[in-house]
Design a protein around this ligand. Sequence first.
Ligand SMILES: [Zn+2]
Ligand SMILES: [Zn+2]
Length: 113
Amino acid sequence: MNPLAKKLFKIIQTILRIKFCEECGTTKGLVDCWLFNYETGKEQHWTYCVDCAPKQGFCWACGQFWGGVESFDFGPGYCENCASEIEEEEEYYEEYEEGCYPDEYEEEFEEER
Ligand SMILES: [Zn+2]
Ligand SMILES: [Zn+2]
């Protein structure tokens, strides 16, 4: 996105309180990206979508800046902190898909319905 469009988007965001991805302009799947700026002592914030966040060096899961960290740059788009959580969740879903739940679980589901 060119700098002028970026500025316009920022203005629209503040006026309408609508958030856009600062890179591609989508309003879906947005991540509040942030970086602590040691020079100013303040946190800086950006809004990117889950696709653009990792390209800008931010974890799409928690929004923290990880750019320049090798494991992040060559990783799946989320940081080390989030990796354990996300991978646990994936394992959980895989188990679910495979139907590996013990029988008692399935019975409980039946009763609830
Ligand atoms: Zn985007
Ligand atoms: Zn993260």
